[in-house]
Design a protein around this ligand. Structure first.
Ligand SMILES: *[C@@H]1O[C@H](CO)[C@@H](O)[C@H](O)[C@H]1NC(C)=O
Ligand SMILES: *[C@@H]1O[C@H](CO)[C@@H](O)[C@H](O)[C@H]1NC(C)=O
Ligand SMILES: *[C@@H]1O[C@H](CO)[C@@H](O)[C@H](O)[C@H]1NC(C)=O
Ligand SMILES: *[C@@H]1O[C@H](CO)[C@@H](O)[C@H](O)[C@H]1NC(C)=O
Ligand SMILES: *[C@@H]1O[C@H](CO)[C@@H](O)[C@H](O)[C@H]1NC(C)=O
Ligand SMILES: *[C@@H]1O[C@H](CO)[C@@H](O)[C@H](O)[C@H]1NC(C)=O
Ligand SMILES: *[C@@H]1O[C@H](CO)[C@@H](O)[C@H](O)[C@H]1NC(C)=O
Ligand SMILES: *[C@@H]1O[C@H](CO)[C@@H](O)[C@H](O)[C@H]1NC(C)=O
Length: 661
């Protein structure tokens, strides 16, 4: 009864059932908007005469079915038709564009059909709409040949989506005239022919989706001209030739997928250096050969890298360890040889690592044990040898697969590898000690046993003292003062966990929800003489070392605070159980339980292990100079972590010459 009503917006509700027929009789309506409900039924065929003033007709995400009334073409004012996500079927009205006013034409995700060429007449009539900006026909049942009139639409076109149909034909050359286009989607159809190089003129394009078709020929070099491109997906075609080096100009690219084609030649350095890539780089299932360029280390933002099933050869570049955001790394099915780089130690965010079906040799890296997020580690079908780690992820049969590797030994029983002829030296020492403790009779003998075993342990590990001496690349991302300020609640007293001559240590919480991380923030007293030098010593030292019995550095902050003064801080792993000092000399009764003899022995061993690493496994070696209970921190399992390098001392105590040994 509201005979003058112009706008009717009831979108995004939980409306169900039919739209009352009387609403289709409200001739004053200009906007008819019921999007995102659960409405059903079909539209009256005479809607064109009952709603003659309509400008916007929006019913997307509902359950409407039936045909799109052809009388809609008779509404001379109609600008926006948005019917995405319903069950409309039948043909698209052939004169739909005759009024010339349409700007938005969104019919995706329905069951619309086209079989004969006259079923595509609607496209010719859309050419009449001089302000048309959006055409979405994706995910319907459109088939037949795409008419050439596709390149006769308005030059104001910004979005063109026809993916997920059964459309055949070519991408017409004229496509390059749509200079405003930001999304071009022809994926998942039966398109053939080559990708016209004309497409490179679309300099505003953000998303180019041509995957899952039958395109052949080479990828045009001109694609490198589309400097705004974010997503370039050409997978599952028959594209051949090499990957254009011009892709190196795509500095806004986030995702690149050229997988499952017939591409050959080397992967250009330029492509492996697109440091904007953040979501995925997928070049799998091609015929690519040659080495993986060390430039790959520039992909520091990338989460998923898939180079599997190619013919890539040579060793895996160490620089891959710089891609610290990687969650999924697939290199299986290539001809890679050499060892798994130690630099992979930095890839602690990995959830899947598949290096299977290559020719990799050397040991299974022990550091993988502690990759807590890893759900699938596949090193099968290689030439790996030596002992298999047996704790951490290796103890879970459903995570690790190591079949067909020749000479592996040890590891958990479910692998069925033969026992190792020897144990890794540090394990040997520990096992011996535990046995000695359990079986040796009393005090003096225990001490004696410990001495002997420790001697053995040190001598044995001399043998491989030079292992692990490679410099680990800088793997820390810097953090800002503001981030630290908020993580520590403005460096509040509640978060203060320690204070020394060097400055103060705060407990900080970073991230939120499931990604919540607690860390220790060590703020340096920059006023103190020598503090800066000491800070740099500690940074330099920590940069090179990584050992599970040493307090890990997460990141460093070297900037100005809110008042513009110098601010230096280290963000360290938060070790929850406090220092050994507190356990040995509790300030209040009953606060800490005195550690048992077994615990003390284990702590001593942990510290020895850390020192052994500092002295023998990094180059140049580091002398801690201040090993004392207050610098030994205990975690929840009472495992000791050695902390504090240099900050407590005026004297810089890092030995810079190898003479020490
Ligand atoms: C719509 O209006 C026409 C004439 O104006 C009338 O005959 C018809 O019954 C109305 N329909 C509904 C559902 O109100
Ligand atoms: C469109 O309008 C014309 C003239 O008003 C009429 O002849 C024709 O039948 C209408 N078409 C549809 C599909 O309603
Ligand atoms: C294009 O619009 C004109 C009038 O604006 C109309 O006469 C003509 O029929 C339309 N052509 C198509 C193909 O819809
Ligand atoms: C495209 O438009 C031009 C001029 O408007 C016309 O001459 C040509 O025939 C049209 N091409 C197609 C394929 O419709
Ligand atoms: C586009 O790329 C081609 C080939 O790389 C080049 O020859 C051409 O000059 C480029 N055009 C523009 C407008 O940048
Ligand atoms: C490991 O890789 C091999 C060879 O690529 C494959 O056959 C096997 O299915 C993979 N196993 C798992 C658990 O992914
Ligand atoms: C794999 O590596 C071994 C040496 O480690 C070499 O003898 C062999 O030829 C390599 N196999 C392939 C297929 O490259
Ligand atoms: C082994 O790993 C799988 C997959 O990550 C996980 O679902 C399962 O709980 C793990 N089993 C054990 C015993 O940790």
């Amino acid at each position: 009864k509201l005979t003058n009503l112009r706008f009717l917006f009831l979108g995004t509700n939980n409306l169900q059932g039919l739209i009352p027929p009387v609403l289709f009789n409200m001739s004053s309506l200009e906007r008819f908007d019921f999007e995102s409900n659960q409405l059903s039924g079909s539209l009256p065929q005479d809607i064109g005469s009952t709603l003659p003033n309509l400008k916007e007709f929006s019913l997307f995400y509902n359950k409407f079915k039936g045909q799109i009334p052809s009388s809609l073409s008779n509404i001379s004012s109609l600008e926006r038709i948005v019917l995405h996500g319903n069950r409309f079927h039948g043909r698209i009205p052939s004169n739909i564009g005759q009024n010339g006013c349409l700007t938005v034409f969104v019919l995706g995700k329905n069951e619309l059909q086209a079989t004969e060429s006259r079923d595509w007449d609607f496209l010719t009539s859309l050419a009449n709409c001089s302000s048309l900006s959006t055409v979405d026909l994706q995910l319907n049942n459109l088939s037949g040949i795409l008419p050439n009139s596709i390149s006769n639409l308005s030059q104001k076109l910004e979005t063109l989506q026809v993916g997920g149909n059964q459309i055949a034909g070519h991408i017409p050359t004229g496509i390059g005239r749509y200079y405003k286009l930001t999304v071009l989607e022809f994926a998942d159809n039966l398109f053939t022919g080559t990708i016209p190089s004309d497409i490179g003129k679309l300099s505003n394009l953000r998303n180019l989706f041509l995957f899952q078709n039958r395109y052949h020929g080479e990828i045009p070099l001109s694609l490198g001209n589309m400097s705004q491109l974010n997503k370039l997906i050409l997978s599952n075609n028959n594209l051949e030739g090499s990957i254009p080096a011009t892709f190196g100009n795509l500095t806004e690219l986030i995702s690149l997928d050229l997988s499952s084609n017939l591409l050959s030649g080397q992967i250009p350095e330029e492509v492996m250096s697109i440091s904007s890539l953040a979501v995925f780089l997928n070049l799998s299932n091609n015929l690519l050969d040659g080495p993986i360029t060390p430039h790959v280390g520039q992909l520091v933002n990338l989460a998923i890298m898939d180079l599997s099933s190619n013919k890539l050869s040579s060793a895996i570049p160490n620089t891959l360890g710089s891609c610290i955001e990687l969650q999924f790394l697939y290199l299986q099915g290539n001809l890679l040889h050499g060892q798994i780089p130690k630099e992979f130690m930095a890839l602690r965010g990995l959830e899947e690592l598949d290096l299977s079906n290559n020719n990799l040799s050397g040991p299974v890296p022990e550091f993988l044990e502690s990759f807590q997020l890893l759900k699938n580690l596949n090193l099968s079908f290689n030439q790996l040898s030596g002992p298999v780690p047996d704790t951490g992820i290796f103890s879970n049969a459903s995570i690790v697969s190591l079949t067909s590797n020749g000479m592996l030994c040890g590891g958990p029983v479910f692998f069925h590898f033969p026992a190792c002829p020897y144990l890794a030296p540090d394990k040997l020492a520990r096992h011996k000690l535990i046995h000695i403790l359990v079986f040796t009779v009393v005090g003096a003998f225990i001490l004696l046993g410990v001495c002997i075993a420790t001697c053995c342990y040190i001598n044995k590990s001399r043998g491989d003292a030079r292992q692990g001496q490679e410099n680990i690349p800088e793997m820390f991302q810097r953090i800002s003062y503001t981030e630290l300020h908020s993580a520590t609640d403005s460096f509040s007293v509640e978060n203060l966990v320690g204070r020394g001559s060097f400055g103060s240590v705060y407990k900080g919480t970073f991230g939120s929800g499931a990604n919540l991380i607690t860390a220790a923030v060590k703020v340096l007293d920059v006023q103190r003489q020598g503090a800066t030098r000491s800070f740099m010593s500690e940074c330099n030292a920590l940069k090179r070392i990584r050992h599970r019995k040493l307090v890990k550095v997460i990141t460093v902050c070297d900037s100005l605070d809110h008042s513009g003064s110098q601010f230096k801080a280290l963000v360290l792993e938060f070790i929850p159980n406090g220092s050994l000092d507190k356990w040995l000399h509790p300030s209040t009764e009953g606060e800490f339980q005195t550690p048992s003899l077994m615990q003390r022995l284990n702590i001593a061993l942990d510290v020895a292990e850390a020192l052994e690493y500092l002295h023998h496994h990094i180059d140049p070696p580091i002398v801690h100079c201040d090993v004392k209970p207050s610098n030994i921190l205990l975690d929840d399992n009472m495992v000791a972590h050695l902390g504090d390098f240099g900050l407590l001392h005026q004297v810089c105590c890092f030995l810079l010459t190898p003479h020490f040994q």
